[in-house]
Write a new protein. Structure first.
Length: 117
C-alpha cells in the first residue's frame, strides 16, 4: 500500500498557497475537500500517523533510489548522470516539503497546547 507522496505533497503545497493567498488578500479561505491517498478505502480507515509514516517511508525510498543511482554513475555502471541528478533533487525537494508539513503540525500542536481550557 504505497502512498502517493507526490499527491499528498502537492495537496499540502496547494493548501499552503491558498492559506497565504487568503491571509494576504483578507479573503475567506476556500473550503478544501480532503482526498484519500491511493490504497485507502474510506475515511474511517485513515489515521494521521499512518499517512505520515507512509510519507516518511516514501521520502526515504526516494532518497535510497537517488543514492543508488548516484552510486551507479560513480562506479561506471550507468551513464545516466542527468537522471541521477534529477532523482537527487527530487528526493531533496520531497524531504524539504515533508519537513514543512512537520513544522506546520508542530506549530499547530504548540497552538493547541497554548489554548486555555
Amino acid at each position: 500500500m504505497q502512498l502517493g507522496l507526490d499527491a499528498v505533497l502537492r495537496a499540502e503545497a496547494a493548501r499552503m498557497g491558498a492559506d497565504a493567498a487568503g491571509i494576504a488578500g483578507g479573503l475567506a479561505l476556500p473550503v478544501l475537500k480532503p482526498t484519500l491517498p491511493a490504497g485507502f478505502g474510506s475515511a474511517s480507515e485513515v489515521n494521521f500517523a499512518d499517512v505520515m509514516w507512509q510519507a516518511v517511508r516514501g521520502v526515504d525510498d526516494q532518497s535510497r533510489t537517488a543514492g543508488e543511482r548516484a552510486e551507479a554513475v560513480d562506479s561506471g555502471a550507468s551513464d545516466d548522470l542527468v537522471g541521477a541528478m534529477l532523482s537527487s533533487q527530487e528526493a531533496s525537494l520531497s524531504f524539504s516539503m515533508l519537513m514543512q508539513v512537520r513544522n506546520k503540525v508542530v506549530g499547530a500542536v504548540d497552538e493547541l497546547i497554548k489554548l486555555q481550557l
